[in-house]
Design a protein. Structure first.
Length: 122
């Protein structure tokens, strides 16, 4: 799974929380994620923050829709209170949106859902 967030603190926390079930790659912004995926790195799920400088989560998703529609369907969005600007965009996509702060159980359930598995955590 690929986690994209400009908060380096969260990029240290997510792998610790998820490592028992997933191999976790991290990118500090959307362009880095695009470069990783374009280079052929295998990714099953993308979890991306919406608000990031340069290439944000919405722009990353638009690129995924064009280049990797299969992965666009398996993209989870992370939203904070300050992401009201992205509210309209989120109304147009069926993807799961996780509100900060996020519990590990919520992340696991969302990943299971996008991967088509029965949730192991509730």
């Amino acid at each position: 799974m690929l986690v994209v967030d400009d908060d380096e603190r969260l990029l240290r926390v997510y792998p610790r929380v998820l490592r028992d079930r997933y191999d976790v790659l991290v990118a500090v912004e959307g362009q880095e994620a695009i470069e990783m995926i374009s280079s052929g790195v295998h990714v099953d799920v993308v979890m991306t923050d919406l608000s990031m400088p340069a290439v944000n989560g919405e722009q990353l998703f638009r690129w995924l829709q064009a280049a990797r529609p299969d992965l666009a369907r398996r993209t989870l969005f992370v939203s904070g209170v300050s992401d009201l600007a992205h509210h309209q965009f989120l109304q147009t996509v069926p993807n799961i949106v996780l509100e900060k702060p996020i519990s590990g159980a919520a992340i696991f359930a969302a990943i299971d859902r996008v991967m088509g598995a029965e949730p192991l955590y509730v």
